[in-house]
Write a protein that binds this ligand. Sequence first.
Ligand code: PGA
Length: 255
Amino acid sequence: MNKAKRKTIIAGNWKMNKTPAQAKELISTIAPLVKDADCEVIACVPFIDITAAQEAAQGTNIKIGAENCHWAESGAFTGEISAAMLADIGSEYVVIGHSERRQYFGETDETVNMRVKSALAAGLKVILCVGELKEQRLQGITPELVALQTKIALGGVTEQDMSSIIIAYEPVWAIGTGLTATAEQAQEVCKIIRDCLAELYGQAVAEATTIQYGGSMNDANAEELLGKPDVDGGLIGGASLVAEKFAAIVAAGSK
Ligand code: PGA
């Protein structure tokens, strides 16, 4: 596998944090710290923060994304936001299938697939999250489970579409817990996902797709994780809310 064929992408996932005013402030603080990055830098922020974050990111190398989108183009879905709406305000990226959506909001592999397709149709780039629960890892079913999540999420997604897909491997037991997967565990599952992509789309697509690790990635462990051959970036929760920590991860991704 040739890592040089892929873009390293460091993306923040702010979750339900920061008001628009605070978003502006955080992006403005991060911007000078990451201006020389030799990797892609993204901040995925709450819907309400997107415009403020974009204003603050204008003229910088930080790209802004959303954290979810609905699968329908429009309609009677009170409280939801469509991919077309995100595209219209200039959001470039969207996180889909985050484990918190699966855990707390009834997201299934099937609805993840529908959301992925609607995001692609609207011209958004997708950060697709997959990952196992602690019990599933203990049961030894991580490889099958993650492969199945990946395959179902990508149902109907064409080879051409794959240039707009980033996959984030996020073991659920490592998210927000301070328990990071070891670099070996992260590598092992990122490789399983890449093999799955090779099976679905062929070797060239598998080698060109960025696969991130997420789950308590921070300034102390990023370099080791990102040093692994199949770990091409990070999806960062907690540490993305602290400018210096996020910038240090971006620096690790730039090596
Ligand atoms: P964490 O979150 O870095 O706080 O573990 C990662 C994520 O949920 O994407």
